[in-house]
Design a protein around this ligand. Structure first.
Ligand code: G1P
Length: 271
């Protein structure tokens, strides 16, 4: 069973500047709730028991949001407002399952994953990238089922516009296992349109094997000088580790850009 999830939250959020110069984008309200709460609810519903947040000193506000409860305690004493009490109970529920680790230098997603090494106890764990919201269907829950069925690592996959290919990790796929699942033979981080092996992109939901830490420990920086999780995955595939691309059913919302962020609120309000 997959019981642990990790969420990299140390990203600089440059696509959402100037807001992100003073605020964590993951706390920005999407239809009235911080984006990160949607991600946490997806985890809880998928049966995850422990979530590891990778933050930086600059993103301490995220830890405060879940851990600093003196304000709630004071207010609740003064006002017996059931709404506030309900919000506090929700925060306490999240707090119980979250641990924090720090990545103070933005060295890439692979480096962020490596910071969680000492916490991961099982052979496989889930990773969710908080910019990628998937609504209307719990992608993590379905991916856990796929993992159980095929005893393999699983990553979310979406067909994207040719023009946007250089923004994503892109798959080369082989055998179809069923309608929604296909083996991955290659995964390339942000290729040019002409060199891309397909238009199937990596979306931020990954079921990864613990073995990936051994790869990450030895990995040299890749594109843009960062340690990419994509490169560690390719290295595992080269060692014959099975990885499946899962075409998810839900609707994908990109909350990492201003346009996507605004659109997300509208989409969630509609749903
Ligand atoms: C990261 C991954 C990329 C993936 C994307 C999904 O990129 O490196 O492979 O396609 O998330 O959102 P980033 O958004 O950090 O540039």
């Amino acid at each position: 069973m997959i019981k642990q999830a990790i969420i990299p939250l140390a990203g600089l959020g440059t696509r959402l500047l100037p807001l992100t110069s003073v605020f964590a984008k993951e706390l920005l309200p999407i239809n009235g709730r911080p984006g990160i709460e949607y991600i946490l609810d997806e985890c809880i519903e998928a049966g995850i028991k422990e979530v590891i947040f990778i933050i930086s000193k600059k993103k301490k506000i995220i830890k405060d949001y879940f851990y600093k409860d003196s304000f709630y305690k004071k207010i609740i004493k003064k006002k017996k407002d059931p709404r506030i009490l309900k919000e506090y109970q929700k925060i306490l529920k999240y707090k119980k399952m979250i641990k924090f680790v720090y990545q103070n230098k933005p060295l890439g997603t692979g480096d962020a994953v490596l910071k969680t090494k000492k916490f991961i106890t099982d052979n496989f764990f889930l990773m969710l990238l908080p910019d990628d919201l998937i609504i209307k269907n719990n992608c993590s829950k379905t991916m856990i089922k796929v993992h159980k069925r095929y005893k393999a690592s699983v990553m979310a996959s979406l067909s994207v516009n040719k023009k946007s290919i250089p923004r994503w990790g892109i798959y080369k796929l082989s055998k179809k296992l069923d309608k929604k699942n296909q083996f991955i033979t290659d995964v390339v981080e942000k290729p040019t349109i002409n060199s891309a092996p397909s238009n199937k992109a990596v979306i931020g939901r990954y079921i990864l094997p613990k073995k990936i830490f051994l790869k990450l420990q030895k990995q040299k920086p890749g594109k843009g000088g960062e340690i990419h999780i994509t490169d560690a995955i390719q290295s595992l595939i080269n060692d014959n580790e099975k990885f499946i691309a899962h075409s998810f059913l839900g609707k994908y919302l990109d909350c990492g850009s201003m346009h996507g962020y605004i659109k997300s609120s509208m989409e969630i309000a509609k749903s």
